[in-house]
Design a protein around this ligand. Structure first.
Ligand code: S3P
Length: 441
């Protein structure tokens, strides 16, 4: 899993229309909810990445029938709490924080002891953030100092909880929501703003969920033990995957790109808002609403006048997976950009605030990294001529793909390790780069 690629040439101007793969958050949520519904659910354009395949494999181990076909996926749900499995079951969440944490929520009712494991990266990540609230339902957890592997002994009589989720983490919020679906009574979550796909899906399924939106947080109330109807879902394209191409155009010359059918949920479009403020030309068209989710085509046209940003932290959550890319735009912008209150960025597949600074430093971009902030001194004329090697020992897919975008736009001779990491979230990434004219070997 250590294959490297070499990039020696910047990309030539292009003018294309592309589709990117299905949204990862929605793909995982569809599969988990379909497994708790009664009967056959079908999805189209499900992301076939390792995080999603691991989700399907965990469900299979829980006794759920899953048929993954070329164009669709079928799941035969066994109703709420309908999982059937043997003693001492081990569920492997691989690299996926979303799968690991949401699954832990569903396991609050596990009748037999279950162990959850993950890869090297996931095993370094915090699970106390979910076991702490989930314990309140009445389940027991044994963790390895708050990390994986964790052992879960569920409860057959969970009690509804009240919890204040103060990190702005959709994974924590959704984990509690999935546990609440299976619990009699009303669970109340006061949640700092974060992506709201779970709320939207539960609303679409007409489950008893109420969200009161306040300025800084949402108040979510869920009444549990209501059956979930099976449902079909056509997964829109992932804005986090689209972001690599948005930034590719933003940093290129004389190029234009249209990306079709992208999920533009307001809690996910921080990248669009931040880049627009920095002067990137992005237009949205062909708006649709699909099962509560907003969708549009994005058109990005390159221009050569990028401005620095003092990024308000209120935008952090909606751009949380895109900061490595935003830092590249800041490297080419006129002026000094500042990003703050970003400690959550170091809780990802690898410590990404640290990695953002590493990449910039290797590129020769002056930056000041503090515990939870970074200042980036942009240079609109930046051209790299030296050799750069990127080797992220946690094989973070977004570090790999961000480095490819930097190599294709700033120049230099780059060796970037862990090509296979794209399989985590965006298996066709390299093919898409090649289709736009990017040369890598
Ligand atoms: C996700 C939530 C975010 C994000 C992750 C996917 C989700 O994590 O970084 O890639 O699908 O709920 P946090 O909720 O921990 O911020």
């Amino acid at each position: 899993m250590n294959k490297s690629i070499i990039i020696k040439k910047t990309i030539k101007p292009f003018n294309k229309v592309i589709n990117v793969e299905g949204d990862k958050s929605l793909s995982i949520r569809w599969a988990l909810l379909a497994s708790q519904a009664k009967g056959k659910s079908k999805s189209f354009n499900l992301l076939k990445s390792e995080d999603v395949i691991n989700t399907l494999n965990c469900l299979r181990k829980l006794g759920i029938k899953v048929k993954l076909k070329k164009k669709s996926c079928e799941i035969i749900g066994k109703d709420l709490n309908g999982y059937k499995y043997k003693k001492n079951l081990i569920l492997n969440a691989g690299n996926s924080g979303t799968l690991g944490r949401l699954l832990t929520g569903l396991m609050v009712h596990a009748e037999e002891k279950v162990k959850i494991i993950g890869d090297k990266s996931l095993s370094k990540r915090d699970f106390l953030r979910v076991t702490r609230p989930l314990k309140k339902f009445g389940a027991n957890f044994k963790t390895n100092k708050g990390k994986l592997p964790i052992y879960i002994s569920g409860t057959t009589s969970p009690k509804p909880i009240r919890y204040y989720e103060d990190k702005g983490s959709a994974q924590i919020k959704s984990s509690i929501m999935l546990a609440a679906l299976n619990t009699n009574g009303t669970t109340v979550i006061k949640a700092k703003k974060s992506r709201d796909h779970t709320e939207i899906l539960l609303n679409y399924l007409r489950l008893p969920i109420k969200t009161v939106r306040k300025k800084k947080y949402d108040l979510i109330k869920i009444n549990g033990k209501k059956n979930i109807r099976s449902f079909n879902y056509n997964i829109p394209s992932d804005i986090s995957s689209s972001a690599f191409f948005i930034v590719l155009v933003a940093l290129s010359r004389n190029s234009k790109l249209k990306i079709k059918n992208v999920n533009i949920n307001l809690t996910r479009i921080g990248i669009l808002e931040i880049l627009k403020k920095m002067g990137v030309n992005i237009k949205l068209s062909n708006y649709k609403i699909y099962r509560g989710e907003k969708i549009a085509d994005l058109t990005i046209i390159s221009n050569n006048s990028l401005k620095a940003i003092n990024c308000p932290s209120s935008m952090n959550s909606a751009a949380i997976d895109e900061f490595l890319l935003i830092f590249l735009v800041a490297a080419k912008a006129k002026g000094v950009s500042y990003f703050k209150n970003l400690s959550e960025l170091n809780q990802k597949e690898s410590p990404r605030l640290y990695w953002g600074a590493q990449i910039l430093t290797k590129m020769g971009v002056k930056n000041v990294l503090k515990k939870d902030s970074i200042k980036i001194y942009g240079n609109p004329k930046l051209k790299i001529e030296k050799k750069i090697t990127i080797k992220n020992f946690l094989k973070d897919h977004r570090v790999f793909m961000t480095s490819v975008i930097a190599a294709l736009t700033f120049g230099g001779k780059w060796t970037i390790y862990d090509k296979d990491s794209v399989k985590t979230s965006f298996p066709t990434f390299i093919a898409k780069i090649k289709s736009l004219g990017g040369r890598l070997s």
